[in-house]
Design a protein around this ligand. Sequence first.
Ligand code: FAD
Length: 385
Amino acid sequence: MIDVLVIGGGLAGWRAAEAAVKRGASVALVANGPGNSPDIHAINVPVREDDSVERFIDDTLRSGRGGCDRALVETLCRESVKLADEFPFDRNLDGSYKLLQPLGCSVPRCVSVDHRIGAYALAKIKRDLSGKIEMVKGRVTALSFNSKPSTFSFRLGDHDSPCEARTVVIATGGWCGKYDFSDNPPELRGDGIDMAVKLGAATRDMDQVQYEPTVALAPKRVRCIPVITTMLFDGATFRNAKGEEFLSDKHANKDEISRAIFAEIEAGRGSDGGVWFDATQVPRGILDTTYIDTVKRYEAAGVDIHRESMLVAPAPHTSLGGLVIDTHCRVLRTDGTPIPGLFAAGEVTGGIHGFNRIGGNAGTETLVFGRIAGEEAASFAEGGK
Ligand SMILES: Cc1cc2nc3c(=O)[nH]c(=O)nc-3n(C[C@H](O)[C@H](O)[C@H](O)COP(=O)(O)OP(=O)(O)OC[C@H]3O[C@@H](n4cnc5c(N)ncnc54)[C@H](O)[C@@H]3O)c2cc1C
């Protein structure tokens, strides 16, 4: 019998495992792929002098267009501050933080480690947990609750797993892998939502999906890979098939940009189903440092983005809806009561981003709520012994 079963091997899952182990719990983690987390470029933490938790809360609620759970947003923003003590975020020569301004943030707030905070954090946690947890590869296809004693068991593929757990953290990410043109891997199909609903969990905002406005359509080698939108603040622009610039508002949100692109395409001014994202005006020094991954990726596909534009279109990117949780990451039923022993964190949950997510908030969410879910699950398991 293990204390905490984590389903999902993205940042929310690994973070939960890390926190549960720190609390002395025995942990098993099951995953059928890496999920989206290795691609997290940067996350939001209010570290700038003129920034604050309150400003972060305001930006998140405003961008969420009335769809956010205020308590979850407050937890996200307050707890995010602790990440600055935990991670060696990139700094400039003068010691100030290297910051990017994501769409929807009123100030630059996105921090990173070597432009790859997701991969960095995953590698660090995996190193720290090496030999301390049980790792199981495979797809969980069902989760069941057994009373007397209260435990969870699960099916792995077509087989019942012999492993039983006192608590479960669902961290299976979103469902955007179901769409043909998406930047998500196909294993992200919303399985965790399905499993929890069968145990009585409530869901919210299941019609809400965030489109990433700038996902590469071509060449084939880069297709479905997003181009980071913070480039807009460094001089990138959108152009239609006629080469005309459209959408000059640098403070537009992701949803507004996606709508403007779709409108351009529908009006017959698109190119092969997309529009051109032109980074040729971004200073070379910035392109070759901050956006070096994009430069190299396109270079390998035969496109020099210093001189040529990128063909992009909006694609499903983040599930905004999902399981209903409270600030302790307890999965709630439709009557608002928690399902004992069942926790969730990360993109599988709903309510934090409302109807429009600020770029950088998903990574912060995985680190903040993954930790809370792991700690709460470990405490619950301890109480049941
Ligand atoms: C290309 C890209 C770039 C992004 N960049 C950023 C960024 O810079 N900043 C930011 O804040 N956000 C970014 N995001 C969003 C962010 O990556 C995700 O919201 C976040 O990684 C979700 O983390 P997670 O741990 O909840 O889920 P994921 O990282 O998606 O992990 C889900 C895990 O669950 C596993 N799983 C799913 N179903 C099952 C099952 N049935 N059985 C077993 N395992 C299962 C998967 O294999 C995977 O291991 C980006 C997204 C994409 C697609």
